[in-house]
Design a protein around this ligand. Structure first.
Ligand code: F6R
Length: 265
């Protein structure tokens, strides 16, 4: 079962997630970190930078692999995930931009882009820790409902719900790309550790389906149940629909020892 950590606010949950991930990085400084874009990990990235400074954890050996990219957007486009990761992850963490790898969204809808990205991940020795958000429809990466649980990095079509959810970053819905290049669910499951974050009541239904529902392509996030090393960080609102909420909260609060990855501050 996943380790499920529920805190009152997204800030508190992000602080603990930052410690969890830095614990992995400290254990392997030449770390391959899978990074998600979107609103969810913004505070996580800021807090990782701050804890790394405070505890003298070297992060300059980290190589970051993006989960996905919009198809048809050049890396320099202000709407591309490449640009967002440079701004919100690379700059914040003080990393060399050359250490960020993002699938090439302009190379066209050929199968080769996905295969090349997979090759890059494999050549680097695989992803050590993969950070994930979850869509309100249960997607992880841009693997929308119906995606094969064995899927690899490829071109995917965005669900209309996803396009609407992401439209606030664009001037109008029509400008939101219809396709992405996304790591597949099979690719994600090969990472050595998964850390999933979800905040806000809009995610409550997807979180319950992913953690407690059947493992099914109808909820791509449910695939994390197949992984042996998963930590999930939730705030109060995103955890509301979990039937095991009291149990998860109590087992987190009443554990005999603080988990080894928590930093004393
Ligand atoms: C982003 C990604 C998506 C997001 C998800 C949640 O790289 O792959 O799965 O994690 O859409 O987005 P936010 O965090 O904006 O709610």
């Amino acid at each position: 079962m996943a380790e499920i950590v529920i805190l009152e606010s997204s800030e508190e949950a992000s602080a603990l997630a930052a410690q969890r991930i830095l614990h992995h990085i400290r254990a392997k400084p030449g770390h391959n970190l899978g990074v998600a874009t979107g609103a969810t990990p913004l505070s996580l990235y800021r807090q990782m930078a701050s804890y790394a400074r405070e505890y003298g954890i070297r992060i300059d050996g980290v190589t970051a692999f993006a989960l996905d990219e919009y198809l048809g957007l050049a890396p320099g486009s202000p709407h591309s995930f490449h640009h967002a990761l440079l701004e919100h992850f690379v700059k914040v963490m003080g990393l060399d931009p050359a250490r960020l790898r993002v699938p090439n969204g302009v190379a066209g809808a050929s199968g080769e882009v996905g295969a090349e990205f997979e090759q890059e991940i494999r050549g680097a020795g695989g992803i050590d820790c993969q950070i994930l958000g979850i869509g309100s429809n249960g997607h992880i990466g841009f693997n929308e409902p119906g995606s094969s649980l064995a899927s690899r990095t490829r071109v995917t079509m965005l669900a209309e719900e996803t396009r609407r959810d992401n439209s606030s970053h664009f001037s109008c819905l029509k400008d939101v790309p219809r396709y992405s290049i996304s790591q597949g669910i099979g690719t994600i499951l090969e990472a050595r550790h998964l850390v999933l974050l979800a905040f806000g009541s809009r995610k409550a239904r997807a979180v319950a389906a992913a953690l407690e529902g059947p493992v099914t392509a109808s909820c791509p996030g449910s695939a994390i149940q197949l992984h042996p090393s998963v930590t999930v960080f939730l705030d109060r609102d995103s955890s509301r629909s979990l039937s095991g909420l009291d149990y998860y909260t109590q087992s987190w609060q009443n554990q005999p020892e603080s988990p080894s990855w928590r930093f004393a501050r």
